[in-house]
Design a protein around this ligand. Structure first.
Ligand code: PEP
Ligand code: MN
Length: 331
């Protein structure tokens, strides 16, 4: 794969003509204010020159746009004023599922006071069993919108179906792709076109390269506001729900310019393991944490065993602040 960075203000017509006459495939994309042309296969593209080209990057990576090979500096993703990928580690918290409007508003106000800068909550839930609580759907998204209006905090929620794109465009500030849909390529393309920042979970059977290739689908639609999220992979261990891949977080930080988030709740599976995993995640370089917190975890309609209560979350925030200080970052 060859990636051409185009000089600002240059026409790409002659470059595209040359690629066409060689029989090469190409895609044109605008990202971070730069026009880029991707061309392949290498053997027929190689050696091509054109006055419009500022830089030519030859890569064997399956994710040239997500790679640091062309964009060395960290990307900052802005979610309605909340910057992810800078010195400050962003904490997003809230219940696994949106359950009730008044409780959602109450807990969100409390979380804001504890230093949370984004609220999470699932409205469309990917449940293993069709008989488990499936989420409130559109009603849940409307509740999240109210939460955002009441608290001034942006909200993030998972989309499962490309047919819901209009709803997500209207009600949420950041669209989450869940682990189970991390390689649902039509959903990735659709979300790339929604025009909202995306939180892309890693599939629990995916390598780091596959995870970054999923991000590439979104970037290729011209949406550069992607945060990738490690949430645990399947291993032989059954004592935890999944295995939080801290090595994968550190590796991803080196390979991509995109901010990296970690979700310590789903790999922990148990409340008392969430804090150590959260601390390990920021120590290995995570720019953001996504943490499940419920006002009454025992009665939660989903993921009851892993959700923190308010007191548990407040004490975790204190420990996160201490570790962040040592890392030269803020929470
Ligand atoms: C979630 O964050 O609500 C969720 C379902 O997570 P995952 O897709 O990582 O299982
Ligand atoms: Mn959950």
């Amino acid at each position: 794969m060859i990636l051409y960075v185009i000089k600002k203000g240059s026409s790409i017509d002659s470059l595209v003509d040359k690629l066409g006459s060689r029989g090469a495939s190409h895609r044109i994309v605008e990202l971070y204010g730069r026009k880029l042309v991707l061309a392949w296969p290498d053997n027929i593209v190689e050696g091509l020159t054109d006055p419009s080209i500022e830089a030519t990057i030859k890569t064997k990576k399956p994710y040239p746009l997500a790679s640091r090979e062309w964009k060395k500096e960290d990307t900052i993703v802005n979610v309605n004023g909340v910057e992810i990928g800078g010195k400050r580690i962003v904490i997003a918290a809230g219940p696994c599922s949106v359950e009730d409007e008044e409780q959602m508003i109450t807990i969100s106000r409390t979380l804001k006071n504890l230093g949370v800068s984004m609220i999470r909550g699932g409205a469309f839930k990917p449940r293993t069993s069709p008989y488990s609580f499936q989420g409130l759907g559109e009603k849940g998204l409307k509740i999240l919108r109210r939460v955002s209006e009441e608290t001034g905090l942006p909200v993030v929620s998972e989309i499962m179906d490309p047919r819901d794109a209009t709803l997500f465009r209207e009600y949420v500030d950041m669209v989450q792709i869940g682990a189970r849909n991390s390689q649902n390529f039509s959903l990735l393309k659709e979300v790339g076109r929604i025009g909202k920042p995306v939180l892309l979970k890693r599939g629990f059977g995916n390598t780091v390269d596959e995870w970054l290739s999923s991000a590439e689908y979104i970037l290729l639609e011209g949406n550069g506001s992607v945060v990738i999220c490690e949430r645990g992979i399947r291993s032989f261990e059954t004592g935890t729900r999944f295995t939080l891949d801290v090595g994968g977080i550190a590796l991803a930080k080196r390979l991509t310019h995109l901010p990296v988030c970690a979700d310590p709740s789903h790999p922990a599976g148990k409340r008392d393991l969430v804090a150590p995993l959260a601390l390990a995640a920021i120590a290995s370089g995570a720019d953001m944490l996504l943490i499940e917190v419920h006002h009454n975890p025992e009665r939660a309609l989903s993921d009851s065993e892993q959700q923190l209560d308010i007191a548990g979350f407040a004490s975790l925030m204190e420990r996160l602040r201490s570790v962040a200080r040592i890392l030269g970052r803020d929470v």
